[in-house]
Write a protein that binds this ligand. Sequence first.
Ligand code: FES
Ligand code: FE
Length: 373
Amino acid sequence: MSTTALPPSLVPTLGGAYYVDPEIFAKEQEKVFEAMWVCAVRAADLERPGAFRTVQVGRESVIVSRSRKGEIRAFFNVCRHRGAKLCTAESGVAERNFQCPYHAWTYDLDGKLVAAPNLTKMPDIDRVEYGLRRIAVREWLGYVWVCLAEQPPSFEATVMQDVIDRLGELDSVDHYTIGELAPGRRIVYDVKANWKLIIENFMECYHCATIHPELTEVLPEFADGYAAQYFVGHGAEFGEGVEGFTIDGSAGLDRLPAVSEEQDRRYYAITVRPLVFINLVPDHVIFHRMFPLAADRTMVECDWLYLPGVVESGRDLSRSVELFHRVNQQDFEACERCQPAMSSRMYKDGGVLVPSEAHIGEFHAWLTTALEA
Ligand code: FES
Ligand code: FE
């Protein structure tokens, strides 16, 4: 942190090392991503028994799949024999079993070891004990959340509480029926920046006037750098004459039926620690999941979710998708512009936060506490 005294209106940021140092990143993997609930996949992506996706959570590759009975399961993607990576594909359908490509140990969809060459010569092997190691799962908002910790923290007190802290109550998010919506579009961004730069950017709107001309047309109060999500329950209001949350302010799609009068014509943004952002607008939900791969690289998977009837009808979603896609591009470009400077000697002690970014300081305090735990 800075050695020169800061004026009272400014708060220091984290030092540059937090964004580039592989040791700090390794600590974040262990103490944050592998210790907390992380949003892994959209449940509906696993349509039928055997469907799976592999995702990176901290240092681990994780298989998320659907069992024969239709339940969601998650396993470490590590063969119990000699450790080969079991599923190498990003997604697919295991017809009946997962079979290791090395010596063909075979596991059923519940992870139990069911076959292996010469298995009869090993009568004492416990097929559950030597089955795939399970990971805790939870389904919420139509997504599968996983936690690698032996003793997962309370989902309610962490993930759900973050949403309550932003919106005041869970009821308000229920109005958007996120779990029942259908993906109209998914875009995956490969961002060459540290995950915290992406979060910090999402948490503030000080940059909106400079880099988001289209967004500030739709949400004029953002032009003042007013951080809407800082205030509990405060949604940013659409500008006069704006018909919908679209690239040109033209009418959007069908409004989600349970969205209240108060929520209509408003935009809400929620950060769910550590790796999720949710944006709520009257006719759709934009759901971001981040997958940090290295200190300077983060994959961001973003879903645009609409009423199933809207998606099925084949109506044109392009103006709707384009607004936040452009915002994403503008934001990620800004993050990528900051990343190389994080290792500058000039930024060793970090920078400063202005008053409207004060809650980023709270995020830093939360993170450093988690890393020390
Ligand atoms: Fe998987 Fe040998 S490592 S069967
Ligand atoms: Fe932005």
